[in-house]
Design a protein around this ligand. Structure first.
Ligand code: KG4
Ligand code: ZN
Length: 338
């Protein structure tokens, strides 16, 4: 099945053409980072307006890059939620109009389902596995028994990991989004002996909390004399990243063990983090666990990732009706396909 996939849940407009939920013919992303950077975070109204401006030309470019015509398309898959509702609505409305005009089926997919299943575009990971969904809005652990089959094992009780990265970067006067900047600064591996807490690590559950680490960074900064020099900023970045990586990896491994799972898939924007990738690789080398990371382009928000589940649902005869609405909150466990 030849699908057009569309993603507009936050600050990236993305369009992709994917064959059989497997072969990515094009995967284009129009980033809005520059638009929001001056505000230090995503401004929802600006995001929606920019999506509206770029979605049509982006889709045309995705088709021409893929070397296909509109009439070749057999379905449209779009992020239905969760995300910024105004931003989501642009993609959902466009997808509905497109599917209606071409008389092809439409399917709304969960953004995190897209992230988790993205790995299947690169390597076939057998079910069941543990998914570590780490993004700007999520830090969740799921048992995944197939497409549409997710059981929540644990989640952040406050900030998501990506959100904490972005907020700490802001405190340090770094740019937006902060995750990649902190990652780069932390790559020296020198934390200057600074140790931030590892919240919830001793708790006998699989939940996370990152707001305490963030506050510890803030308290630490209050004790320092301004302005900080580059070495101090790098050390704080490294100590913060190490704390987050420690908690995420240890909790994920415990969750996998308790579920008897030998495969872990790490997904979402924070899965680009080099410290997280390195630590998981080290830990898996010492155990029977296999850990999978999509390549960075498929970790960040993109549209091709949606086609794995979209193709599966459509091939099972499941589709969304033209009254599909965007949803800002949508627990992954509630996706419909069992
Ligand atoms: O999945 P994503 O692209 O969008 C959401 O669904 O939220 O994730 C974006 C988040 C941002 O918070 C960004 O700072 C973070 O992923 N991120 C990173 C890295 N690259 C992106 N965090 C840590 N290290 C990175 N290299
Ligand atoms: Zn995302």
């Amino acid at each position: 099945m030849l699908l057009l996939a569309l993603e507009s849940s936050c600050d990236e407009t993305a369009a992709a053409v994917v064959r059989d939920g497997q072969h990515v013919l094009s995967n284009l992303i129009a980033s809005q980072v520059d638009l929001h950077a001056v505000y230090g975070g995503v401004v929802p109204e600006l995001a929606s307006r920019r999506h509206l401006e770029v979605i049509n030309p982006l889709v045309e470019e995705a088709l021409s890059t893929a070397g296909v015509k509109q009439s070749d398309l057999e379905g449209v898959v779009v992020t239905r939620g969760p995300g910024l509702v105004g931003a989501l609505l642009v993609g959902v409305s466009f997808a509905k109009a497109y599917a209606y005009a071409l008389n092809i089926p439409l399917i709304g997919v969960h953004h995190i389902e897209g992230h988790i299943q993205a790995i299947q575009l690169e390597e076939k990971v057998e079910y069941p596995f543990l998914a570590v969904a780490v993004s700007g809005g999520h830090t969740h652990l799921f048992r995944v028994d197939g497409i549409g089959r997710y059981r929540l094992l644990g989640r952040t009780v406050d900030d998501a990991a990506g959100e904490a990265f972005d907020k700490v970067a802001k405190m340090l006067g770094l740019g937006y989004p902060g995750g990649p900047i902190i990652d780069k600064l932390a790559s020296s591996g020198d934390d200057g002996g600074i140790v931030f807490p590892r919240p919830m690590l001793k708790k006998n559950n699989f939940n996370f909390s990152f707001s305490g680490v963030k506050t510890s960074v803030l308290n630490y900064l209050h004790r320092l004399e301004e302005p900080l020099d580059d070495a101090q900023i790098s050390q704080i970045s490294c100590a913060f990243q190490t704390a987050v990586v420690d908690v995420v990896t240890q909790k994920a491994i415990r969750a996998a063990e308790s579920e008897g799972l030998s495969r872990i898939v790490v997904a979402g924007g924070v899965a680009c983090n080099s410290g997280l990738r390195k630590r998981f690789a080290e830990l898996s080398a010492l155990s029977v666990l296999e850990v999978f990371f999509p390549s960075p382009l498929l970790c960040a928000d993109n549209a091709a990732m949606l086609a794995v589940a979209g193709d599966y649902y459509l091939s099972k005869g499941l589709s969304s009706s033209l009254d599909l609405n965007a949803v800002s909150n949508w627990p992954l466990e509630q996706v419909c396909c069992k």
